[in-house]
Ligand binder design. Structure first.
Ligand code: TPP
Ligand code: MG
Length: 531
């Protein structure tokens, strides 16, 4: 028998498969373990953008953010051993945030397996808990099958990361193999009487609340939930860092259930007699009265189609919840010349509705989450995993994916330097993002916990920082320094007008620990409690 299939290297088959599954961008750091794949990418450079990063932690975070933003698996390509270990943080975030992503790892040659070869790691064991699935492709003829499986596993059910290890000699094997077709994802839908039961529960409720969260949403699903909520006059809150699933300016929005949840919303939630939680994973922690197994979009469509109940009973509560929310986002006074609450409130007015706002972890982020009103689907990229160093790479990925949208990032002084090197990636790829570094000279969050548990015993939480504006300029970007609230607006406008990646170094008073308590007040309370 003769075959009409062309002979291709494993690497060519791999890159062809990625293209077939719709991959247009790969984030990575090169390694000699996957030179053949780099060469295959060279041949496909007009259809797949290869974004070279400066650290695999940055690359993996970018792929995660890309997956979160686009709903397609974000692709990250790294080398074995040190490359893979650096990349692990992005997998962890992807796992906790239910983000579709695929990490491709150049692996040692097959003959060297299990000899603890140079940079060898068994990724099945290493990433066992960080990925939905880990596969090593031992036979180039199986690339189409296993890459297809990787896409399906990443996207099916609760989305998440998948790791594909690629022995370097396998990538140069010449094979004749047929391509697989593009992936198709089937999503569950509510069973026929699920919605009738849900309607019954709603009908009997006096104080219901809808919580939206998790991955797997679409703009249409968000619109459908909104119709459902409006038809039933329901109050809605967003789960931690999923604030962009429901327009925060909508009269039915009552706030987010973040780490620093507003006291009024906390009380309101406790008073509920029915919670409609539109999030993944039934029965994992809470036992639902009515678990409904469905994809987000199918549930949202069914909810939209459900005959509304009489929401007049709780209409006033919904309005009261929204009024409390509006009250909660009014910035109050803070110690020092910079008031981050007021700066975020200004950004809230200034940013276009489709702007993408990114952040990592730290107390600074709580100011953003409290005072910024997220508007539309995928205007927020933030790690529910609580990973520091996420905001900068996420912003770079967002700007590359959506060059016509404004992309703004907030980082703490600690958070920024965990992946600040990716500012170079922004400059190299013309990703004109505006980063605000909130510099309080400390790992503020940890200092907060430290003062609460071990008041006055400050240790390991202080930071001596560089000049972040000069850092920006040294990288070829635009730098600004802000020491007073009223100077921020002009600095931001100059940063936008500079048409380069920009950093605004905002120096805050460490006393302004959170938007609710000062450092000294917290210490005073802790001392009183501990003595
Ligand atoms: C990768 C990572 N390392 C450590 C932590 C623990 N941690 C959480 S917040 C925080 C401090 C954040 O400092 P900074 O970015 O300066 O923000 P601030 O709290 O001062 O506003 C640390 C160390 C974490 N969440 N992620
Ligand atoms: Mg700090």
């Amino acid at each position: 028998m003769t075959s009409s299939r062309p002979r291709r290297s494993g690497a060519q088959v791999l890159i062809d498969q990625l293209r077939i599954h719709g991959t247009d961008t790969i984030f990575g750091v090169p390694g000699e373990s996957y030179l053949a794949a780099l060469d295959a990418l060279y041949a496909q450079r007009n259809s797949i953008r290869y974004v070279i990063c400066r650290q695999e932690g940055g690359a993996a975070n970018m792929a995660e953010a890309y997956g979160k933003l686009t709903g397609k698996p974000g692709i990250c390509f790294v080398t074995r051993g040190p490359g893979a270990t650096n990349a692990s943080i992005g997998l962890h975030t992807g796992f906790q945030d239910s983000t579709p992503m695929i990490l491709l790892v150049g692996q040692v040659a097959r003959e060297a397996t299990d000899r603890e070869a140079f940079q060898e790691i068994d990724y099945r064991r290493m990433f066992g808990q960080l990925a939905k699935w880990v596969v090593q492709i031992e036979d180039a003829r199986r690339i189409p099958e296993l890459v297809s499986q990787a896409f399906h596993r990443s996207l099916n059910g609760r989305p998440g990361p998948v790791v594909v290890a690629l022995p370097e000699d396998m990538l140069v094997d010449e094979v004749e193999v047929a391509d697989a077709g593009p992936y198709k994802i089937a999503r569950g839908a509510p069973a026929p009487d699920d919605m009738a039961k849900l309607r019954e529960l709603l009908d009997q409720a006096r104080r219901p609340m809808v919580i939206v969260g998790g991955g797997g949403w679409s703009a249409e699903a968000c619109a459908d939930i909104r119709t459902f909520v409006e038809a039933n006059d329901l109050p809605v809150c967003a789960s931690f860092r999923n604030q962009d699933l429901f327009d925060n300016r909508h009269p039915n929005y009552v706030g987010d259930l973040g780490v620093g949840v507003g006291p009024a919303l906390g009380k309101r939630l406790k008073a509920c007699d029915l919670i409609v939680a539109v999030a993944e994973e039934l029965g994992r922690v809470y036992q639902a009265t009515l678990p409904i197994n469905s994809g987000m979009a199918n549930f949202a469509a069914a909810a939209k189609a459900m005959k509304p109940v009489d929401g007049k009973r709780w209409k006033a509560e919904t309005a009261a919840g929204h009024a409390e929310y509006l009250d909660n986002i009014k910035p109050g006074p803070l110690p020092g010349a910079v008031n981050m609450g007021e700066i975020i409130a200004w950004l809230n007015k200034r940013l276009p509705d489709d702007a993408i706002v990114t952040n990592g972890a730290g107390n600074y982020a709580a100011f953003l989450h409290r005072f910024f009103q997220y508007r539309g689907f995928k205007t927020q990229l933030a790690p529910t995993s609580g990973a520091m160093g996420y905001g900068v790479p996420a912003a770079v990925a967002a700007k590359i994916a959506e060059p016509n949208r404004m992309v703004v990032s907030l980082a703490g002084d600690g958070c920024f330097l965990m992946n600040g090197q990716e500012f170079a990636t922004a400059v190299q790829h013309g990703a004109n993002i505006v980063i605000t570094v909130v510099d309080n000279g400390m790992y503020g969050t940890i200092r907060m916990h430290q003062e609460r548990e071990y008041p006055t015993r400050v240790h390991g939480t202080e930071l001596k920082n560089p000049d972040f504006a000069a850092y920006a300029r040294a990288f070829g970007g635009h730098g600004e320094t802000v020491e007073k609230t009223e100077d921020y607006a002009a600095a931001f406008e100059r940063a936008v007008a500079a048409a380069k990646p920009a950093i605004i170094h905002v120096k805050t008073d460490p006393e302004a620990l959170t938007s609710r308590i000062t450092l000294s007040k917290l210490r005073e309370q802790a001392l009183a409690k501990h003595h």
